[in-house]
Design a protein around this ligand. Structure first.
Ligand code: BES
Ligand code: ZN
Ligand code: ZN
Length: 504
């Protein structure tokens, strides 16, 4: 378990395996400059100018995240100095601090260090307050230290050694402590969601997901209700049941409720797609697409991650988390292309492609959700592969019916370090969804798959004035390590939603 403490020690007397000092970038190809505000100048003096010499001789540029370890040979109390590139001061963002946190934890573990000391400056850096910087740094440390090792022989797993972070902070620590604790919890909730996504569909079944929901509510002010097939049937969620019926593992509908102590002004519903495995159904996916389809419950994992955080951060807003979870499988009992099914809302849907199943389960989920009249509905879904062609590997697409809500969510996503881009709700593309023998079909023959998916969902939000849809098909899963965003499940959406909920 990673711990931190505020220490009264000085940069020269800080007992730690590593003491981190920042180097800022000073234009292209030039050696960087010691930050100076974090003990670097004093340490350099104590080491007879060796740090400045190394920066110059090795042309250490101070580029963000660049690291160099220098042994101190007992000239100061810390065993090593970690030179860490901070980038250009004007470019420093919360995301830079997450990257720095990741680099710190990576370097510490690489030399089996158990403690690291650093100075946190009490002053603002540009617009960034010390509290915000501390929170982001610790988010990066926790997320950057993530590894999914559950299925490996423990003997073969290299243990993370970093256990203690010593912080020199020359001001009242109360606010910073709160921020760091939030950063730690945020990181942990995201890592929790990553675990859920990374677990094979063999183990992370709809029932297992429902058990997770119950577990995170235990002993907190969250309450949880889980519906089984019979109750789902009673609720007339026939689209949802059609997707589920090809699987040996039964579906579940999950509702988690967070109510603040004071009466809340706003009620927000967050809804997650929880397909624990998407084979495509009878429209079976090809090998290259099917391999990672355990990730198709990324929206559900994000909902659980957010709900898990709410009792800790206590926002003054009522939040209802909903998850429709099932498998989309191939079987003699599976739904067939061409089947027409009546949705919970009463609209009939011709299922022309069984692989466009996310919108089917969400259509019934949204129809259920609108009955309790939330002020805002936000859904998160790994809905369309098309988002890859629209926005590439790392972006989340956002669409919806209220520009103010979308703007607010995009702003939150920036602070959260989760690249998000809006796509237009072009009505023209809805036409194709109205063709065929039913009220709607589930694959409207537009190239704009992501927009089409959102337009389809919009048909089921009733009179809801504020609705936003996050298509996290690409962002919920990373094909490679990208800094603190490790290969596999990413926990996409959690940080953005938490930042948003905290503004209400
Ligand atoms: N789960 C997929 C979308 C997806 C693709 C998630 C890649 C993660 C990575 C979804 O159910 C799906 O198959 N969508 C189809 C819809 C199409 C048939 C209209 C798609 O995007 O191809
Ligand atoms: Zn699918
Ligand atoms: Zn899917």
């Amino acid at each position: 378990m990673l711990k931190y403490e505020f220490t009264k020690e000085h940069s020269l007397t800080c007992k730690a395996d590593i003491f981190a000092i920042g180097v800022k970038e000073d234009g292209e190809k030039k050696p960087g400059i010691l930050m100076g505000t974090d003990g670097g100048t004093e340490i350099d003096k104590a080491l007879a100018g060796i740090i400045k010499k190394i920066i110059k001789e090795e042309n250490f540029s101070g580029e963000l995240g660049k690291c160099k370890l220098i042994p101190t040979h007992d000239k100061i109390f810390a065993k090593n100095i970690l030179l860490i590139g901070m980038g250009k001061p004007a470019d420093l963002t919360l995301e830079s601090l997450r990257t720095l946190g990741f680099k710190i934890v990576e370097t510490a573990n690489s030399i089996k260090a158990s403690s690291i000391g650093l100075v946190l400056n009490a002053e603002k850096f540009g617009t960034l307050k010390s509290e915000e910087r501390a929170q982001a740094l610790f988010e990066g440390i926790v997320m950057g230290g993530y590894n999914f090792t559950r299925y490996k022989d423990p003997k073969d797993v290299e243990k993370d050694t970093l256990a203690l972070i010593k912080i020199i902070y020359k001001a009242n620590t109360a606010g910073v402590k709160k921020a760091i604790d939030l950063g730690l919890e945020m990181g942990k909730a995201i890592n929790y969601a990553r675990d859920l996504v990374n677990m094979p569909a063999l183990d992370m079944t709809p029932v297992a997901l429902a058990k997770e929901a119950i577990a995170i509510c235990k002993g907190t002010r969250l309450t949880c209700k889980v519906m089984d097939e019979k109750e789902i049937k009673k609720e007339r969620m026939e689209l949802f049941l059609t997707v589920a019926k090809g699987s040996a593992n039964p579906p579940r509908f999950i509702h988690i409720k967070y109510k603040p102590a004071k009466k809340a002004k706003t009620k927000v519903a967050i809804v997650g797609k929880g397909i624990t495995f998407d084979s495509g159904g009878i429209n079976l996916k090809p090998t290259r697409h099917i391999e990672t389809m355990k990730c198709d419950m990324g929206g559900a994992a994000a909902v659980l991650g957010v709900m898990k955080l709410l009792p800790l951060i206590k926002p003054n807003v009522e939040v209802d988390g909903y998850i429709a979870t099932c498998e989309n499988m191939v079987d003699g009992k599976a739904g067939k292309p061409g089947d027409v099914v009546k949705s919970r809302s009463g609209k009939t849907v011709e299922i022309v492609n069984t692989d466009a199943e996310g919108r089917l389960i969400l259509a019934d989920a949204l129809d259920y959700v609108i009955e309790s009249k939330p002020d805002v509905i936000i859904d998160l879904a790994t809905l369309t592969g098309g988002v890859l062609y629209a926005l590439g590997e790392i972006y989340t697409a956002i669409l919806g019916n209220d520009q103010k809500l979308i703007d607010k969510l995009i702003e939150s996503s920036k602070a959260a370090g989760e690249p998000t881009w809006q796509l237009p709700m072009e009505k023209e593309y809805l036409k194709g969804y109205k063709e065929g023998i039913a009220d709607l079909n589930n694959n409207g023959k537009t190239y704009a798959m992501t927009i089409g998916g959102a337009l389809f969902l919009q048909e089921f939000i009733g009179k809801t004035k504020k609705w936003a849809h996050f298509d996290i098909a690409e962002s919920a899963w990373s094909g490679e390590d990208r800094g603190y965003k490790k290969k596999g499940g990413t926990g996409a959406g959690i940080a953005t939603l938490v930042k948003y909920l905290m503004t209400l």
